[in-house]
Write a protein that binds this ligand. Structure first.
Ligand code: TRP
Length: 453
């Protein structure tokens, strides 16, 4: 009797811990900053449909596969892939999948910290009432002059990297992740308030039809690749992080249900962010294609005009910072775990060196918004190139390899046993992961290369 109670309690709390960690990593700048602006750059509704299709048919099955590999290996990604490859008599080269994740996470952190710094800088502006009464044009100028000032961007980038690494080295993740319990409802409430403000502008209908009336003639090969890449970025999959988190998951927990919960929370936040931002965009005659500054140029208009705008604006950017924080601490985890395991470094030493490296690389992203904004490769600035290479190439490639390993290399018994799903759910997952997702990724890649276009 006592035993049973204990085991039930243990399972519940660990399932909860995984959900908090994974949701904390998933919900971040990707949902609130990136999704609305890439939607605007890629034709609105058609992009949303494509993104949702990628989430359901490609990213969710791979999310489940990644958790499954992690729980089976019970190790960090590089070692984990080595062990699994041995167990399944596959090539030891699979460990390079782990390696690609280590590198991708490091690269993403370098620019993520820069944007997290923007959110922090806007907490200060919101708090001091800087948005009061400003219109779209004035807020655009405010953002442009902010972006043009490398020293200010550098200051906030440094602070963002510092608080990220403090959590990473001190291992107080549990404490920060506990915020996720408060963060999610608070974010929901603020976003709903902003959607409410959007309704009051009279442009909610316009925003809604912009987001949900697809015009597929607006899609380009590029936007298809971006939608796929974003479905990986927003769920934090394809680089071994979810594998690492999955390795702490207790045996009896249903991976499928847990994954669906995380995906649902993540997708809801992204759609709400779109529904909060676009009424303001249309009400003020702004450009949906404004780019990375979109959220910083639009929502402050609302804060500057609504009752309690100073409070709500401050809370919004503070929550955005917090959401970014629970994501940024996760990105570097595969890299940290790797040097700690492999080189025997302490967490502090690993944190200092990797953090310093990511900070240095982040300076190039800072400069790409001002001094270096003319330097372009393939028509992209350094920040854009890094974002493209990681989100749209490395993550989907990692995801493709995860899907292949989980369903073509690993024996059916192994994955069936580990997932513990009903026969029907398992079959659905297997078809999606074995055929649909890999085919989707390959076709979109080829299409993106212009081969099938
Ligand atoms: N998913 C996060 C967001 O939407 C970003 C993120 C956190 C991430 N960890 C990751 C992206 C690992 C890729 C890989 O903001």
């Amino acid at each position: 009797m006592t035993n049973k109670r204990e085991s039930i309690h243990g399972q519940w709390s660990s399932r909860w811990a995984f959900i908090l960690a994974a949701t904390g990593a998933a919900v971040g700048l990707g949902n609130i900053w990136k999704f609305p602006y890439i939607m605007g750059q890629n034709g609105g509704g058609a992009f949303v449909v494509l993104y949702l299709a990628c989430i359901l048919l490609v990213a969710t099955p791979i999310f489940i596969a990644e958790v499954m590999l992690g729980r089976r290996a019970r190790r960090s990604p590089v070692q984990g892939m080595t062990v699994l490859a041995q167990e399944e008599r596959a090539s030891p080269a699979w460990k390079y999948l782990g390696w690609m994740g280590v590198i991708a996470g490091f690269l993403i952190l370098s620019y993520y910290s820069v944007i997290m710094g923007w959110a922090m800088a806007y907490v200060e502006r919101a708090m001091t009432g800087s948005f009061n009464g400003l219109d779209g044009a004035a807020l655009q100028r405010m953002f442009e002059s902010f972006k043009a000032n490398p020293m200010e961007l550098l200051f906030w980038h440094s602070l963002a990297m510092l608080i990220t690494m403090l959590v990473v080295v001190r291992g107080v993740r549990a404490g920060l992740q506990a915020f996720t319990v408060l963060l999610m409802p608070a974010l929901f409430v603020i976003l709903l308030l902003l959607v409410g403000y959007g309704v009051s502008t009279g442009y909610f209908g316009a925003a809604f039809s912009y987001m949900f009336t697809p015009d597929f003639s607006k899609l380009t090969a590029h936007s298809v690749v971006v939608a796929l890449g974003h479905s990986f970025f927003t769920l934090s999959i394809g680089m071994g992080l979810i594998m690492a988190y999955g390795s702490y998951m207790p045996e009896k927990v249903s991976i499928g249900q847990t994954a669906l919960l995380v995906v649902a929370a993540d997708t809801t936040v992204a759609l709400l962010a779109g529904l909060a931002i676009y009424p303001v965009v249309f009400a003020n005659g702004l450009e949906p294609s404004a780019g990375p500054g979109l959220v910083f140029q639009t929502l402050p208009i609302a804060f500057g005009h609504m009752p309690l705008g100073v409070l709500i604006g401050t809370l919004f950017f503070a929550l955005l910072t917090l959401a970014a924080w629970t994501s940024s601490i996760s990105m570097i985890e595969p890299a940290i775990a790797h040097v700690v395991e492999k080189r025997g470094w302490t967490r502090v030493k690993a944190g200092i060196w990797l953090g310093l490296g990511a900070w240095l690389l982040g300076i190039a992203s800072v400069l790409s918004f001002n001094h270096w904004n003319e330097f372009k490769l393939f028509g992209k600035t350094f920040f854009e190139l890094l974002d493209f290479a990681t989100s749209n190439i490395m993550l989907p490639l990692g995801g493709l390899l995860i899907a292949i390993f989980a369903t073509w290399i690993m024996r059916r018994e192994s994955s069936f046993d580990e997932l513990g799903m009903s026969e029907r759910a398992y079959t659905l997952w297997r078809i999606l992961t074995r055929y649909v997702a890999p085919l989707g990724i390959v076709v979109i890649f080829l299409y993106g290369l212009g081969i099938l276009a």
